[in-house]
Design a protein around this ligand. Structure first.
Ligand code: GDP
Ligand code: IMO
Ligand code: MG
Length: 427
């Protein structure tokens, strides 16, 4: 069996949680492979709403195993809160939630450092979620980090103290910011006890054994490909590999185990935090997209920046990920528009291009748009592709042809059931 992958093709918040939750019923295992509590994946079903940060989005499907892979960075405090939400809602997860021992831990001082680093950057700040992601991955690659498996060791407390003191030394060179370290530490150690009570596994052995037994696995990405540490709009990116390649490192599987790559894009585009966004709209249309789309961060509540869909950008991330199926979400948000636009080229260096320049931060690009007629009607009762208004089908067909990948699903609302399946290649 292969591992299918779901990931975001833009700057995050494409609706990954909703699609993973929907598709999870066709799989045995859902596994998160990178990122951490900077992610906010929203799921809505039966009139209930959940936002998951660390727990994979397959957790609401009975009998389904959910693995937090080694590529994820885990803040025990956030994880504990998520588990409490599941407990309060009456969901059983203990037998189905596994945590890879090689996943790295976010310490309170990682969050402290994140905030102090951002304060030091001033106007150049990344707009981080301040969840400690960057400093934790820095300690991982710097070979200083603490991992989930370390909490089982007698010397865990000592290792924690050593790393904390290293961090306190670094903080002396950064601006002073308010941080209740004692209070956070108390919460951290309480939450570590909860983490210790979960099923901690050698994730790489587990996942390969499951594959050998013919189990079906869905890898769930966080963030989006334009936030990838190597290929995103550096330095305005996150600190992990959000692209398909990250699945191999983040779960411990070989490249040849990758099957379908399901890329998700909104029918328009958003970004939260700083950094280049060529099709961003600073006008009424941008405001309308934000309002209609409810574009406020699921993790930080910040208003998301909004603009039209960006096809050179999508072509780039489809190439990087080897996308085999495209999912277009939030098409209902375009219901009110008389005219819809899609950027087909970038104008820079005196010519039109379909490729991104080396550094989107350094080269001012002017998007060149193509216009489409809107449909100006509700899609609420539409359950089949052919029943979509003609202009909506034309827009989707154009995306498909321009991007060279079949659209297999179209999402028409936040609820699990608001989904049109077009031509499912496999799942
Ligand atoms: P993720 O991080 O990729 O999982 O996405 P988020 O949960 O951060 O943001 C997506 C938001 O859009 C959430 O509030 C979802 O409930 C909502 N959503 C998902 N799909 C649709 C859709 O097709 N239409 C509308 N209107 N909302 C959607
Ligand atoms: P999901 O999984 C949208 C953005 C932050 C910031 C940059 C770096 O919900 O799609 P970090 O906290 O990683 O240091 O922030 O990346 N960012 C996201 N934007 N969705 C996310 O996750 C994001 N995770 C990080 O806003 O610009
Ligand atoms: Mg999100």
């Amino acid at each position: 069996m292969a591992i299918d992958v779901i990931l975001g093709l833009q700057w995050g918040d494409e609706g990954k949680g909703k699609i993973v939750d929907y598709l999870a019923k066709s799989y045995d295992i859902v596994a998160r492979f990178q990122g951490g509590p900077n992610a906010g994946h929203t799921l809505k079903f039966d009139g209930k709403k959940f936002v998951l940060h660390t727990v994979p989005s397959g957790i609401f499907r009975q009998n389904l195993i959910n693995l937090i892979g080694n590529g994820v960075v885990i803040d025990p405090i956030t994880l504990r809160k998520e588990l409490e939400n599941l407990d309060n809602a009456g969901f059983e997860y203990r037998s189905r939630l596994l945590v890879a021992k090689k996943a790295h831990l976010i310490l309170p001082t990682h969050r402290y450092l994140d905030a102090a680093n951002e304060a030091a950057k001033g106007h150049d700040k990344i707009g981080s979620t301040l969840k400690g992601i960057g400093p934790t991955y820095m300690d991982k690659t710097g070979r200083n980090g603490l991992r989930v498996g370390d909490i089982l060791l007698d010397e865990f407390q000592q290792r924690y103290e050593n790393l904390k003191h290293k961090h306190l030394g670094l903080l002396k060179a950064l601006p002073d910011i308010a941080f209740d370290l004692d209070g956070e530490e108390k919460q951290f150690f309480e939450a570590v006890e909860i983490l210790r009570s979960l099923k901690l596994v050698d994730g790489e052995y587990f996942i390969n054994e499951q594959l050998a037994q013919g189990k079906s696995i869905l890898a769930e990405g966080a963030q989006g490909s334009m936030l990838d540490i190597d290929f995103g709009t550096y330095p305005f990116v996150t600190s992990s590999n959000t692209v398909t390649a990250g699945v191999c490192n983040g779960l411990g599987v070989a490249p040849r185990t990758i099957g379908e790559v399901i890329g998700i894009t909104k029918a328009y585009c958003t970004r939260v935090g700083s950094g280049p966004f060529p099709t961003e709209l600073h006008d009424e249309t941008g405001e309308l997209l934000r309002k209609e789309g409810g574009e406020f961060g699921a993790t930080t509540g910040r208003p998301r920046r909004c603009g039209w869909i960006d096809l050179p950008q999508l072509r780039y991330t489809i190439m990087l990920n080897g996308v085999s199926q495209l999912v277009v979400t939030k098409i209902d948000v375009l219901n009110i528009f008389k005219e819809i636009k899609a950027a087909t080229h970038y104008s820079y260096d005196g010519a039109n291009h379909t490729e991104l320049p080396y550094d989107l931060c350094g080269v001012p690009v002017d998007p060149v748009y193509e216009s489409f007629d809107g449909w100006e009607q509700s899609l609420e009762d539409v359950t089949e592709f052919e029943a979509l208004p003609k202009t909506a089908r034309q827009y989707l067909r154009f995306l498909e042809e321009y991007l060279g990948v079949p659209v297999t699903m179209v999402s028409t609302g936040p609820e699990r059931s608001s989904l049109i399946l077009k031509e499912m290649a496999k799942v």
